[in-house]
Design a protein around this ligand. Structure first.
Ligand code: NAI
Ligand code: MG
Length: 502
């Protein structure tokens, strides 16, 4: 029967929102440059796949250096002509609010599109990704009118003040795990600060970024302010990283590519901010609310099929409670069965791509070879789709590959520790430093451990909670720069000091 269906309907099987099929049928094979949707100069396209059934959802324009060049010219012109940076801060804020309203208006469509392209459960896409994206625009809508300069105490014969100005043309390179939310996390503050930009979505998940481009136009964002180039890392991505006409790159993705971006930035000394990988420790002391710790350890590592930069992948449990905790965690995880992402009941979808599927299963094999013990999962679901069963490894040593390398799949490593010092020592024994958590009812211990952990975010008695009002970013090789909060304003502005002789 399935063979009789046209390809698109087969790929998007289960889609309930008519607008999603309309969007896919419109064949979004275009780049957004200077307010116009145009094919890649090379004429090339690439496939974006539904990870739940491995079918082709759409062909997308494969932008490369030539297209980036054109987008840079457009973004530069829009910047220099002041199409965006010179409108009043209040007006800029109103535009951002309008975008938030449009995201809300099309939320069901966006959620389904995100779910189809990425494989994440549609219910989570709706409440976390899409609602989150609207919230981020709302948060930053308040900022344009609150980006202050200073007057400085200088010589009485002089008057010194500062202006906080946009940086210019920004390159925004994002990954596939929270496609729309990652785009918005960078676009919203970049716009709030008056910059123009070129967004490159991940090749695995370009669709919601393209739809967002349409919404930006609907909101009336002037041409050339936001340009969108779909394509691959080594093509479009590296062209952005190297481009002498781009003033700043904000990147989220692997540490490996983060290093390449930093090297490429040297050509014109671009400002760079990097939000990279993690191998975050989630540390459970015996005096914690253990039921809550079990539940959050599970969601902390399996949420979004483990494809979260801040996932609590190393679960450290004090030795006396280790066996019971692992047994409870395993039992709780039995209820986390992977299912069709478009089913509103589904809590765990497939991983994003064949590449990621192979990579995750490769780590599972490595864990077994190193002598860790699988308590649940440890294999693919089988059949169509990139489904991996939630997997817990017990008896893990912190120096094992599965405890040191970012897996980015539904795979947890449970590691015993002796005491507080040992927990901190092992927790910090990683090249990463994105996030960490501590579970304890002893507030002195909780704060002590929070201070001792080398991570950009430390959760106490919770896991994975975020808010745009909170700074988020890495220590060590998890990157630098803080997104969210007032600190991201620093990343998208520069300070000019003006001296006036009185
Ligand atoms: P990646 O780092 O290669 O991709 C992220 C973005 O960078 C994509 O838009 C990609 O097209 C672009 N890119 C790739 N190579 C580039 C280059 N040379 N110059 C400029 N841009 C480039 O991540 P990938 O390959 O999708 O996933 C591999 C691993 O990276 C994952 O298994 C995971 O461990 C980690 N990762 C971490 C993320 C995070 O949020 N920290 C997000 C995605 C992946
Ligand atoms: Mg890559």
């Amino acid at each position: 029967m399935a063979a009789a269906l046209p390809a698109l309907e087969r790929a998007a099987q289960g889609a309930k929102v008519g607008a999603v099929l309309d969007f896919l049928r419109r064949s979004p094979t275009k780049l957004l440059i200077d307010g116009k949707w145009t094919a890649a100069k090379s004429g090339k396209t690439f496939e974006t796949i539904n990870p739940a059934n491995e079918e082709v959802l759409a062909l997308v324009a494969e932008g490369d250096k030539a297209d980036v060049d054109e987008a840079v010219v457009a973004a530069r012109r829009a910047f220099e002509e002041g199409r965006w940076r010179t409108i009043t801060p209040h007006q800029r804020g109103r535009y951002l609010l309008r975008i938030a309203e449009l995201i809300d208006k099309y939320a069901d469509e966006l959620a389904e599109l995100e779910s189809l392209d990425n494989g994440k459960p549609v219910a989570q896409a709706r409440t976390i990704d899409i609602a989150g994206a609207a919230g981020i625009f709302r948060y930053f809508a308040g900022w344009p009118s609150k980006i202050y300069g200073e007057t400085n105490p200088s010589d009485p014969g002089m008057f010194n003040y500062t202006l906080r100005e946009p940086i210019g043309v920004c390159g925004l390179i994002i990954p596939w795990n929270f496609p729309l939310m990652m785009a918005v996390t960078k676009i919203a503050p970049a716009l709030a600060c008056g910059n123009t930009m070129i967004l490159k979505p991940a090749e695995q998940t370009p669709l919601t970024a393209i739809r967002l481009g349409e919404l930006l136009q609907e909101a009336g964002i002037p041409d050339g302010v936001v340009n969108i180039i779909t394509g691959f890392g080594p093509g479009a991505g590296s062209a952005i990283a190297e481009h002498p006409g781009i003033d700043k790159v904000a990147f989220t993705g692997s540490t490996e590519v983060g290093k390449l971006i930093l090297q490429a930035s040297a050509g014109n000394l671009k400002r760079v901010s990097l939000e990279l990988g993690g191998k975050s420790p989630n540390i459970v002391f015996p005096d914690a609310d253990l039921a809550s710790a079990v539940k959050n350890a599970m969601t902390g590592v399996f949420y979004n099929s483990g494809q979260v930069c801040a996932a609590g992948t190393r679960i450290f449990v004090q030795r006396d409670i280790y066996d019971n905790f692992v047994a409870d965690l395993t039992a709780a995880s039995e209820r986390m069965t992977p299912g069709n992402p478009l089913d509103p009941q589904t809590r765990l979808g497939p991983v994003v791509s064949r590449e990621q599927f192979d990579r995750v299963l490769g780590y599972v094999t490595a864990g077994r070879h190193e002598g860790a013990r699988v308590t649940i999962g440890g294999e693919a679901v089988g059949g169509k789709g990139y489904y991996v069963k939630p997997t817990i490894f017990a008896d893990v040593r912190n120096d094992m590959k599965i405890a040191q390398e970012e897996i980015f799949g539904p795979v947890a490593a449970a590691i015993p520790f002796k005491d507080e010092d040992d927990a901190v020592l092992q927790g910090n024994a990683t090249t990463y430093g994105l996030a960490a958590a501590v579970w304890s009812r002893d507030i002195r211990r909780a704060h002590r451990v929070a201070r001792a952990l080398k991570a950009g975010t430390v959760w106490v008695n919770c896991y994975g909670v975020t808010d745009t009002a909170m700074p988020f970013g890495g220590y060590k090789q998890s990157g630098f720069g803080r997104e969210g909060s007032r600190h991201v304003i620093d990343l998208f502005t520069q300070i000019k000091s003006v001296y006036v002789k009185l």
